[in-house]
Ligand binder design. Structure first.
Ligand code: DX5
Ligand code: ZN
Length: 218
């Protein structure tokens, strides 16, 4: 089943707990947590303390997207009862295989993200080790950017590699997803869809989650 992971980066931070309950009630599956350090990406978002404040407010799993340099230094901070995935960027990890093992030994599923300009060859050697590959469809750092459609062949190639090699990692997409393009990416092989501004920027957030859900169920 395809899943929807709204990104709280675009939520109203002054009422984050309420926003999370609202999307959960409407049928969202996962909370996407965008952590930015102002070094790996040109923006600072929030850290583990903000994420931890949501524990106990929701039963939804956390999908932590670390857009930070030297992620090994902070991994443990993001382990909570809700944490399901911790994803690091291939571009930010000198010893990617070691970092993947570190995530797994911390108790989370390991994801690796690739920027739009990063080829799949950057992660081919670790496909047997990861639980998820996150294909970035915008350059990371900001919500509300336009979907870069040239990543579509990359999704199809990754899905093909997965089938050819009998692997079972999840494919996630992140950036510029809305109800008009979500079917294109799921048809290409995506399992988890991240959506920030198209969910939390909608006039009716619950209706937007339901709209996504209906498309994903088809
Ligand atoms: C971008 C973040 C995304 C962002 C998506 O760097 O990783 O998760 O919140 O936002 P939208 O869906 O608005 O592109
Ligand atoms: Zn993200």
């Amino acid at each position: 089943m395809k899943q929807l992971a709204p990104s709280i980066l675009s939520a109203d931070f002054s009422r984050l707990g309420e926003c999370v309950c609202q999307i959960e009630k409407a049928g969202a599956d996962i909370i996407h947590v965008d952590v930015m350090d102002g070094h790996f990406v040109p923006n600072i978002s929030f850290g583990a303390a903000v994420m931890k404040s949501l524990c106990g407010k929701t039963g939804m799993p956390f999908d932590v997207h670390l857009m930070i340099e030297d992620p090994d230094r902070y991994l443990e901070d993001f382990i909570t009862d809700n944490t399901e995935y911790i994803t690091v960027h291939a571009e930010a990890c000198v010893h990617l295989h070691r970092t993947i093992q570190h995530i797994k030994s911390s108790g989370a599923k390991a994801g690796v993200a690739v920027n739009p300009a990063t080829p799949l060859s950057a992660v081919e050697c670790v496909l047997e080790d990861v639980d998820m590959i996150l294909i970035m469809s915008v350059n990371p750092g900001f919500g509300g950017q336009k979907f870069i459609s040239s990543v579509l062949p990359k999704i199809r190639n990754l899905d093909e590699l997965r089938r050819e090699n009998n692997l079972d990692f999840t494919i996630e997409i992140d950036g510029g997803i809305n109800p008009d393009n979500v079917k294109t990416v799921t048809d290409a092989g995506v399992d988890i869809v991240v959506a920030g501004s198209s969910v939390f920027g909608a006039a009716d957030i619950e209706a937007r989650v339901k709209e996504f859900r209906e498309i994903l169920q088809k």
